[in-house]
Design a protein. Structure first.
Length: 201
């Protein structure tokens, strides 16, 4: 789930003229990541447009593409600060992918908050919002803004487990770490992992 906030940060920088869709990003050795995606099998030094990298990060969950975009957008600390400025309390990037120790965190509630901001035109221009939604495979109308709309995208067999984990975390401070399947605009389900830590006053 950490990849969706990164995608939104990418389009926010596009709106502000800090990056171009056709800008070439070079794959360096330290960015190559095992796990999801096929960029890891291409030669170091290969070049891709920023839009291609952003698209691969979401559509095939490419870890190497994610690392390239994190680096281009200012690094993990800068992105985490931006997420906090958006009001996301559980979303943080601690390490490049693959994050085998699970230190990169997000939460279902943060994703609901973030997509609500985007849907209401708070973070992105309408053009960038529509491009972003096209990449994640959801129209603005299908996405909605309510928490219930997000849970409708979770596989029916996984919904109760996600809700139980969220309640336990909020009420009993149980660590929030849950795997579930989320429906893409194509109708297929993709595997997701959500980790988070609520901040309590």
């Amino acid at each position: 789930m950490i990849k969706v906030p990164i995608l939104i940060a990418f389009f926010q920088d596009l709106d502000e003229g800090k990056i171009r869709l056709d800008e070439k990003l070079v794959m360096r050795q330290e960015m190559v990541a095992e796990g999801s995606g096929d960029l890891q099998y291409l030669p170091v030094g290969s070049q891709f447009t920023a839009l291609d990298i952003a698209t691969r990060m979401i559509t095939i969950s490419d870890n190497t593409a994610t690392n390239l975009l994190i680096d281009r957008l200012g690094g993990k600390e800068a992105l985490t600060q931006r997420f906090q400025a958006w009001g996301l309390t559980s979303t943080a990037i601690q390490h490049r992918l693959p994050d085998v120790e699970g230190t990169n965190t997000s939460s279902s509630q943060d994703l609901v908050t973030l997509l609500g901001l985007v849907s209401n035109g708070k973070l992105l221009s309408m053009r960038s919002r529509d491009r972003m939604l096209e990449i994640i495979g959801r129209s603005r109308e299908a996405l909605g803004t309510a928490q219930s709309a997000f849970f409708q995208l979770i596989h029916p067999d996984d919904q109760e487990r996600v809700l139980t984990a969220m309640r336990a975390h909020l009420q009993q401070a149980t660590p929030f770490d849950v795997e579930f399947r989320l429906q893409h605009g194509s109708g297929d389900y993709i595997d997701c992992t959500s980790r988070g830590k609520a901040q309590r006053n």
